[in-house]
Design a protein around this ligand. Structure first.
Ligand SMILES: Cc1cc2nc3c(=O)[nH]c(=O)nc-3n(C[C@H](O)[C@H](O)[C@H](O)COP(=O)(O)O)c2cc1C
Length: 203
């Protein structure tokens, strides 16, 4: 293992976590056909302090290396998940990654505190419009509702749940729109590296 864990500097909530390292975990099964996630990833992956990790490229056969993934998690302070919303949830490999890697005794349970104090951040694109993700919209529930399993996972593991980043109506966005979203995303990832977790609330 080359990159070793270092203590999160967000523990007191006062000092800026200028050295926080971000594990940008991308889960898109067909990135070559993606517009939104490709634009977002391209903008954020070059930032210093960001480790870009493309799950479908690494594990096209779903044979996840559990130990390597746990080491990656340990070596970062911010775990960022970027994915298109598929059937109101994550793409299958991201779910498989949770099932296999976030184990009892590692991520949760007695002595399972390896991720405690780290930050979990979800960045998600949707086909549906923002107004559809509403009690009166055709999707009936909010994005916060659909992301609740991830939020609760963070809670169970003693992590800080960051306000999600969402791009709606992805297919309707032109290149200029996507460029703007990508800039917004890059700034948000940069802020996760430099801002104490508690200052992020309501961002
Ligand atoms: C299998 C599948 C399931 C999808 N499920 C949803 C969904 O539940 N809600 C939604 O708003 N969009 C859904 N979409 C649309 C994608 O979220 C959208 O195409 C994607 O976010 C666009 O990002 P990309 O350009 O990076 O592929 C789905 C698309 C596919 C292929």
């Amino acid at each position: 293992m080359t990159d070793q864990a270092h203590p999160a500097e967000t523990s007191t909530g006062t000092e800026a976590a200028a050295t926080s390292r971000v594990l940008l975990t991308l889960a898109h099964p067909a990135l070559e056909r993606s517009r939104a996630n490709r634009a977002l990833a391209k903008a954020a992956k070059g930032l210093a302090g960001v480790t870009f990790h493309d799950l479908y490229e690494t594990y096209p056969d779903f044979a996840i290396d559990i130990e390597a993934e746990q080491e990656k998690l340990l070596a970062h302070d911010v775990i960022a998940l970027q994915f298109p919303l598929y059937w109101y949830s994550t793409p299958a490999l991201l779910k498989e990654w949770f099932d296999l890697v976030w184990l009892h005794g590692f991520a949760y349970g007695i002595d399972g505190n390896a991720l405690a104090g780290k930050r979990l951040f979800a960045a998600c694109t949707t086909g549906g419009a923002a107004k559809a993700y509403h009690a009166h919209g055709y999707n009936r529930f909010s994005m916060d509702d659909f992301l609740r399993p991830l939020e609760q996972t963070a809670y169970l593991c003693g992590m800080v749940w960051e306000t999600p980043f969402v791009v709606h109506s992805a297919a309707l966005k032109n290149d200029e729109d996507l460029k703007e979203e990508a800039g917004r995303y890059k700034a948000r990832i940069a802020s996760l590296m430099t801002t104490p977790a508690d200052a992020e609330m309501g961002a």
